[in-house]
Design a protein around this ligand. Structure first.
Ligand SMILES: C[S@@+](CC[C@H](N)C(=O)[O-])C[C@H]1O[C@@H](n2cnc3c(N)ncnc32)[C@H](O)[C@@H]1O
Length: 286
């Protein structure tokens, strides 16, 4: 039966996505808001509106791609993080809502007045620039650096920086600290490094199948990059400087031990929206 391409009929197609998506209706809403350049309220207000021929063609193409499991963020080339629209592609991770916890924790390190003073911040493995751009956007007085090993990710983060008009961030290519001057020092270092073990079954599910292993996996049960970062960060932190890292739900205890054996105090782990241990922070002992 022919169904006219109204907003309501497009939304009905969400039933077909149930097997590949946890949020089929939301997926279609995001595709439609992107195609129509309207917000979600518009979709609920005008369900009978028909897509024009070009819009319907794009919708059919996007829908077919989503049926193969391709992430919505890759299809529309965009994902919102900390209310900032970020361009995304297959060079790095699609920013996750849980990572906003790391941003919140970094913003909470200093009191209102103290936090508005000039600070230096480093984001290791910046990817799309999500963390560093959110922080720099919030704290215009901070001078921020974001580094990534992958050139394509560096280019993506720089494009996002320019698009969002953020001027207090410098994006560089670097294998962790290697391209930084040995004199460089930061008040805060943040990182959401790769932390998944190569044999983890989650790598076969959902969006991660479309993300590069360079953004996901680390040796030593997923801990190798966290070990490297925690061991070397003190060299690049000012006296009483803070390190904050994201990690897997089951790595909290190992990560706290790493902080404790690498000259940090005030070590604490924060839980994400799902109640899982997700971000650990500590202050360098001077
Ligand atoms: C989990 S992703 C995080 C991306 C982004 N910070 C976010 O939270 O959405 C990890 C990032 O670390 C980068 N990376 C992996 N190994 C690296 C290394 N040795 N030096 C610098 N960056 C690295 C990857 O390219 C990827 O962009």
């Amino acid at each position: 039966m022919y169904l006219s391409p109204t907003i309501a009929n497009c939304l009905k197609q969400s039933a077909q996505l149930a097997e590949i998506s946890d949020s089929p209706r939301l997926d279609i809403e995001i595709l439609l808001t992107h195609i129509l350049q309207k917000n979600r309220t518009y979709l609920f207000t005008w369900p009978e509106q028909e897509l024009n021929v070009e819009q319907a063609k794009v919708f059919n193409e996007f829908f077919a791609r989503r049926l193969t499991g391709e992430p919505v963020a890759h299809i529309i080339g965009q994902r919102e993080f900390w209310s900032l629209p970020l361009m995304v592609n297959n060079s790095t991770l699609i920013p996750r809502p849980d990572t906003e916890l790391l941003v919140e924790a970094a913003l909470g390190l200093f009191g209102e007045d103290e936090g508005n003073q000039s600070r230096r911040l480093l984001d290791l493995g910046t990817g799309s620039g999500a963390i560093v751009l959110a922080l720099a956007h919030e704290k215009k007085s901070w001078q921020c650096v974001g580094v990534d090993k992958e050139l394509a990710a560096v280019e993506l983060a720089e494009k996002n920086r320019m698009q969002l008009n953020v001027h207090n961030v410098n994006i560089q290519q670097s294998d962790w600290f290697s391209a930084l001057s040995s004199e460089a020092s930061f008040d805060v270092i943040v990182s959401n490094p790769p932390y998944i073990d190569l044999n983890d079954e989650h790598l076969k599910e959902g969006d991660v199948r479309f993300e590069p292993l360079s953004a996901l996996i680390a040796d030593n049960n997923g801990l190798a990059d966290l070990e490297f970062i925690i061991a070397h960060a003190p060299q690049y932190l000012t006296a009483n400087g803070w390190l904050l890292v994201e990690h897997s739900y089951d790595q909290g205890s190992a990560v706290r031990d790493l902080f404790a054996t690498n000259n940090f105090d005030h070590v604490n782990t924060l839980r994400d929206f799902g109640g899982n241990e997700r971000v650990t922070l500590g202050r360098k002992i001077s």
